[in-house]
Design a protein around this ligand. Structure first.
Ligand code: ADQ
Length: 492
């Protein structure tokens, strides 16, 4: 496994000591048995920008606890600035989320990106044998296969992109568009979250690389005698674990306490990393519109918006935080009733897992409205934790999750503030039977396509002769009639 960061995070304490925290996300949980059973190695940056000997020692200790080997890529502060904050997060991140005007196409970033991908390749080469399968993750490592092939590695190389792939017109803005796209085709398998991303990628390949031939209805690309398989593998969560935790006595007590503080109110929940792709300001504006347009909601709904600090050393993220806090202030200023109802409760910090699950369980409605998202796990986690079966999910059409969750969620275009406001009102008014029907469909989808299935699907695709026999995941294209028609049949 190769990812930007190791699933073990090291950080320095004030007195210069080192603390390590194991990764606990769904991806790590799903991969742990695979790595443990087959003796895997995880290559990545330990999250600390120095090279002191105690870092190596701490990682050696952490390897024992992890159940697989950790192979650190040591990065200096300048490399972290150019490769990670720079090219990854100021070029690829905004561009791949269709936000080209936020890109900073600094050529120095590109050079650093190339050098650091080379450095990751060196660590992979120290560990990989010809019969290993190398699985590379995400947009920080798009050049890795090209680096590894140049060094002569023949092992099969798979890649999964966790974020969206942009359409041609947007991708074209990238000054290094040909090099990057060609380098991606040095992998043997390229996985996307959705058919939307796969289509966008193939559109770029067809337009920019005349030597490439797209075959098998977009599942195979042949270039310079090399075959690349291409597929869509929507990532899931450890749904069972979330459901179990949401049913635990501690969570039930915490969720009841939260609801007791907000009696007779619909609790609407937003949970996001601080990121401009998550659409938080537009969501707040839509909530304000809903309160203005539907005065019956005043005093009846509370929005709990949790924002997890992230990338706050990039100026755009600091500006975003200011904008969010300004909007929360304005909306609370407009509607708060002295001594009583406050429309928005705003939390700016990372929550521990138990609190997060308690929020999911307590919420009546989740408002998940990214401008674009590879998948969006918050939407799935909310469904898994809605064990009462009556939660309502309002979901952006532009989250990858919309494809799998389209039959139960209320889908919205997050740029359409009026329609999002209408959806908030609709969610509050949904009859209990329809809430249940929708949530049942959602929970089934989340359970059926969990993170373990995702890992297996990707690994099976990696060894399959061709992807022709693989079922295609569900597609989503906005259509006014589709949703209505679905529910007309469902209710009939
Ligand atoms: P992210 O952009 O980080 O992931 P998302 O998929 O929503 O977005 O995952 C966020 C994760 O952070 C969730 O697992 C959630 O539980 C956790 N989290 C949220 N709020 C938290 C809080 N307050 N405290 C602690 N943890 C919190 C990227 C892509 C996504 C893609 C994923 C996985 O941008 O599109 O779905 O990778 O592929």
């Amino acid at each position: 496994m190769v990812s930007n960061r190791l699933p073990f995070v090291l950080s320095r304490t004030a007195d210069g000591g080192l603390v390590s925290r194991p990764g606990s996300g769904g991806l790590v949980t799903a991969l742990l048995p695979v790595l443990r059973d087959r003796g895997g190695v995880w290559v990545g940056w330990p999250g600390i920008a120095d090279h002191d000997a105690d870092v190596e020692a701490a990682l050696a200790g952490a390897t024992g606890k992890a159940g697989y080997q950790l192979a650190p890529v040591m990065l200096g502060a300048e490399e972290v600035a150019g490769f990670y904050h720079g090219f990854s997060n100021e070029v690829l991140w905004p561009l791949f989320h269709d936000l080209q005007s936020l890109c900073n196409f600094d050529p120095a970033y590109w050079r650093s990106y190339g050098e650091v991908n080379h450095k990751y390749a060196q660590v992979v080469l120290d560990h990989a044998r010809a019969d290993d399968f190398v699985w590379v993750h995400d947009y920080q490592l798009l050049l890795l296969a090209a680096e590894l092939r140049r060094a002569g590695l023949v092992a099969p190389l798979g890649f999964f992109l966790h974020i969206p792939f942009p359409p041609l017109d947007i991708y074209l803005k990238l000054p290094w568009r040909f090099t990057l796209l060609r380098a991606l085709l040095d992998f043997d398998l390229i996985g996307f979250q959705t058919l939307r991303d796969q289509r966008n990628f193939l559109q770029c390949v067809r337009a920019l690389l005349p030597a490439a031939r797209v075959m098998q209805r977009g599942r195979l690309v042949r270039i310079d005698g090399h075959q690349v398989r291409v597929g869509s593998f929507p990532i899931g969560i450890d749904a069972g674990a979330f459901q179990r935790q949401a049913s635990s006595p501690t969570v039930i007590a915490a969720a009841e306490a939260l609801r007791a503080e907000l009696p007779h109110r619909e609790l609407i929940l937003g949970v996001d990393r601080l990121d401009y792709t998550k659409g938080i300001p537009l969501r707040l504006t839509a909530f304000r519109t809903a309160l203005r347009k539907y005065p019956d909601l005043q005093g009846r709904v509370t929005l709990l918006q949790v924002v997890v600090p992230s990338r706050d050393d990039i100026p755009q993220y600091r500006d975003l935080k200011t904008r969010i806090e300004q909007l929360v202030g304005e909306i609370n200023g407009e509607f708060t009733r002295p001594g009583g109802w406050v429309p928005i409760h705003y939390v700016y910090r990372a929550l521990d897992r138990l609190d997060l699950v308690a929020y999911y369980r307590a919420a009546h409605i989740a408002l998940v409205t990214p401008l674009k998202d590879g998948m969006n796990l918050v939407a799935k986690e909310f469904c898994a934790c809605s064990v009462g079966g009556d939660g309502v999910l309002i979901l952006s059409e532009f989250a990858g999750a919309a494809a799998q969750l389209q039959h139960g969620a209320l889908l919205v275009n997050p740029y359409d503030v009026e329609a999002t406001a209408d959806a908030i009102h609709q969610a509050c008014m949904l009859p209990p039977a329809e809430r249940r029907r929708r949530m049942t469909a959602l929970r089934r989808a989340v359970r059926r396509q969990d993170v373990f299935g995702w890992v297996n699907g990707f690994l099976e695709a990696a060894i399959a002769r061709d992807l022709g026999a693989f079922p295609l995941p569900e597609d989503y294209r906005p259509s006014a009639e589709a949703e209505q028609a679905y529910w007309d049949t469902e209710l009939a």
